[in-house]
Design a protein around this ligand. Structure first.
Ligand SMILES: Cc1ncc(C[n+]2csc(CCOP(=O)(O)OP(=O)(O)O)c2C)c(N)n1
Length: 422
């Protein structure tokens, strides 16, 4: 009885059965490989690194004809017009902030190729989770200039009822989830949404954009790992633009960028030239197709460069040289690359450029003037939409707000607000 009750490890030592240790197989539930009998640490492959997939060179020439997506002239012109319209909108809204007309702004300069290439490769029903620097995706989906402006001006037409900082867009109709400021919250949310879509068998995918800086947040790990283990139809799209505000990539990570993390999650991954709109398009299209067909997440790391300051609260000359910025602005820009491609095919001329610039500037200026004239939202809306019925503490806050406003009338120009009834 005593011998029977010995632990099994004790019995194994005393049974002395001859065996060949090289035939032993690991039984650990968390690993699939063989045993080895020499000590060796795995080397991170940072030096040669993951290659960067591209279709066009910097002069807009197709490198390998079999990779040319052969998009129609109409589609390519649409890419170009959206990319340049986004530029014009950025310029006007950036200047608006400098003049004190809006509180804050973030430009998208230099990253237009990542926006258009990925947006065009999706189905309009696919759900987008953005970070904040993906206005081109929303523009491609048809979000009108008036609504971009209404959001930045927080006027009565803003779908978010003026409650958010500028650039925190959202559109239920266009399947674009409202931007939230805290970094990386969108990654676990995207995993949850993609899991729900898979369970409902909706044939839809989710795309989740984020910066290489946001990828250092704990939430990024949670989102990536959940989506892999739950096998979600989700495309993680990292815009690696070189900086997270003033933190360069050399201080952000020690591995080979973000794509190198994919295999660690058991996720198919690729690194693309984000300034090549066709490379971004091809990679996103294939990832989208397979994500839905096979129910698995993909990781795309698009290499690009943030040409503008991080936001209107930043001055990037404090941490990078003018020469560095100029290189990307003048020699490796997604818009000029596409323009070279169009010009070589006779699809775009100097005249086309001149008249499009004039027309797009006029359209943006008109939307800007309309937005600025519009009233602000009704202040009552501050208290709605969280609870179905107003809670007693909210009611109290509301009353105290109006008491305060009445008392200091001279500081509150209520005639500028919509449907003011007090
Ligand atoms: C949780 C959290 N921490 C810090 C910030 C402040 N913050 C806003 S943007 C940003 C940098 C993000 O960089 P990256 O993800 O690379 O995106 P990029 O701005 O370059 O497009 C930081 C630190 C924040 N919004 N949320």
């Amino acid at each position: 009885f005593l011998i029977q009750s010995q632990p099994s490890s004790f019995r194994a030592v005393h049974q002395q059965q001859p065996f060949d240790s090289s035939l032993e197989k690991p039984q650990f539930p968390g690993a699939s490989a063989e045993f080895v009998d020499h000590l060796e640490f795995i080397q991170p492959n940072v030096i040669s690194g993951i290659p960067i997939y591209r279709v066009m060179d910097r002069q807009g020439k197709i490198v390998n004809p079999s990779e040319d997506p052969q998009l129609s002239k109409e589609t390519v012109l649409n890419f170009y017009q959206n990319m340049t319209l986004l530029n014009t909108m950025d310029r006007i809204l950036y200047e608006s902030q400098r003049q004190g007309r809006i509180s804050f702004y973030m430009t998208n300069y230099g990253e237009e190729g990542t926006h258009l290439g990925s947006a065009a490769a999706l189905d309009p029903h696919d759900l987008v989770f953005g970070q904040y620097r993906e206005a081109g995706v929303l523009m491609y989906r048809g979000f009108p200039l008036d609504l971009f402006m209404a959001q930045c001006y927080a006027n009565a037409d803003d779908l978010g009822k003026g409650r958010q900082m500028p650039v925190h867009y959202g559109s239920r109709d266009l399947n674009f989830v409202t931007i939230s400021s805290p970094l990386a919250t969108q990654l676990p949310q995207a995993a949850g949404a993609a899991y729900a879509m898979k369970r409902e068998n909706l044939n839809r995918a989710v795309i989740c954009y984020f910066g290489e800086g946001a990828a250092s947040e704990g939430d990024a790990h949670a989102g990536l790992n959940f989506s892999a283990t739950l096998e979600c139809p989700l495309i993680f799209f990292c815009r690696n633009n070189g900086y997270a505000i003033s933190t360069p990539t050399s201080e952000q990570y020690r591995g080979d960028g973000i794509a190198a993390r994919g295999p660690g999650y058991g996720m198919l991954s690729i690194r693309v030239d984000g300034n090549d709109v066709f490379a971004v398009y091809n990679a996103t299209k294939e990832a989208r197709r397979r994500a839905v067909a096979e129910n698995q997440p993909f990781l795309i790391e698009a290499m690009t460069y943030r040409i503008g300051h991080h936001s209107t609260s930043d001055d990037s000359s404090a941490y990078r040289s003018v020469d560095e910025v100029n290189y990307w602005d003048k020699q490796d820009h997604p818009i000029s690359r596409l323009r070279h491609y169009m010009t070589a095919r006779g699809w775009w001329s100097e005249d086309d450029e001149r008249s499009w610039r004039k027309q797009s500037r006029k359209t943006v200026m008109e939307a800007f003037e309309r937005a600025e004239k519009r009233l602000k939202p009704n202040p009552e809306l501050l208290f709605t939409d969280v609870y179905q019925e107003m809670t007693p503490n909210l009611d109290k806050q509301r009353e105290s707000l109006w008491r305060h406003v009445q008392q200091y009338k001279e500081h509150y120009p209520l005639d500028l607000y919509d449907k003011y009834q007090h």
